[in-house]
Design a protein around this ligand. Structure first.
Ligand SMILES: [Zn+2]
Ligand SMILES: [Zn+2]
Length: 106
């Protein structure tokens, strides 16, 4: 079961209805979209975690998954999106962004 999340920062940056995690078709699609940050174009990206070369959909440069890098969040590295943690905002560069789960998908 995947989650639908909204990313909201205190600075006003918001990304709504991001589909993350794995759904029922995972064994076929092998898609595991997870939130990532692009420092090149200062945006939040939802990118397939299983991709060999994960890239920003906007500028095609390298992105960094929040899951992989403990410097990008207040939660320990490797944890899934957690509502009690805050994350680095791509716009203002502060640890002020939250991921709120607003629904599930499969
Ligand atoms: Zn980019
Ligand atoms: Zn911000």
């Amino acid at each position: 079961m995947g989650s639908i999340i909204n990313a909201v920062c205190k600075c006003g940056y918001q990304v709504h209805d991001c589909f993350v995690g794995v759904g029922m078709d995972y064994t076929q699609s092998l898609k595991n979209p997870e939130p990532a940050i692009c420092f090149h174009c200062s945006s939040l990206q939802i990118v397939n975690y299983n991709s060999q070369r994960p890239r920003c959909s906007t500028c095609k440069k390298e992105i960094h998954f929040y899951l992989d890098d403990s410097a990008l969040s207040t939660s320990p590295s490797g944890e899934a999106i957690c509502c009690s943690s805050t994350y680095l905002c791509p716009k203002c560069g502060k640890m002020d962004m939250e991921f709120n789960v607003v629904g599930v998908w499969d």
